[in-house]
Ligand binder design. Sequence first.
Ligand code: CO8
Length: 259
Amino acid sequence: MNYKNILVEQAEGIALVKVNRPQAMNALNQEVLLELFSAFKELDQDDKVGVVILSGEGKAFVAGADIKEMLSMNAIEARKFGETGHVLMNFMGQMEKPIVAAVNGFALGGGMELALACDFIYAAENAKFGQPEINLGIIPGFGGTQRLSRQIGRAQAKELIFTGGIMSAQEAKEIGIVNKVFPPETLLSEVKKVAALIASKGALSLRLAKSAIDTGYNVDLKSGCSIERESFALCFSHQDQKEGMSAFLEKRKPAFTSK
Ligand code: CO8
């Protein structure tokens, strides 16, 4: 499919999606949200894709929701805009394929929320993170008040959201938002390396691990362990389990076949 605001490329089991509005720091308007949703739905159904990478073109990852578009919105329109973001970002959490954020620059407001909706984040040393909505007289509206506090705890989330401050990639790593930080010139190759490693695993076990972690995160421990047990058992319904264990015992690399 042809998109106006995003770039999508695919090679060797890895799809790279880039938000491409560099003239507006890749700000998310309604159209970008819908294009991302459409691309992710398509990639999630594509057997040739094992892992999706999300990044930004130019010097921003995404500098937030589009302030120009939001300026004249009324409450009903703002609610609809927020819902479009929620539908997209909830879908990312439910995608069968892992999705990794390669944060190449500013990840502010809706941009940080978009990165947090990915399974994990690698960032460039010069990337900047923050929830500056408070400076605009609003609050985060694409899941930031929810995902951020689940990720780093309520006190850290409140400090970031109440102050509207901006932090470095290193600071974001220290509080658990970012997994790894790389020089800008190697960020994408490092993310592609980890994506290739993940894509070499069995698609079914990846899918079950992701859903067990994410579904279990929002329930009590006993219910979470029950979800894990059922997911674990389901692994034994596919040849991948026999293949993985046989390969170990035969001292060779496994060749997983689940889609
Ligand atoms: N929206 C629209 N345009 C933007 C945005 C944005 N978020 N960010 C940057 N731009 C535009 C600028 O207006 C400018 O356009 P122009 O050339 O036409 O003047 C162009 O991008 C380049 O930006 P700058 O000249 O400002 O570039 P700098 O390098 O000087 O600064 C910054 C880069 C620091 C990223 C700066 O642009 C900035 O602070 N941007 C805004 C960051 C921000 O406040 N983000 C939060 C937005 S609110 C939000 O995300 C809410 C999410 C939930 C919404 C839910 C709705 C219900």
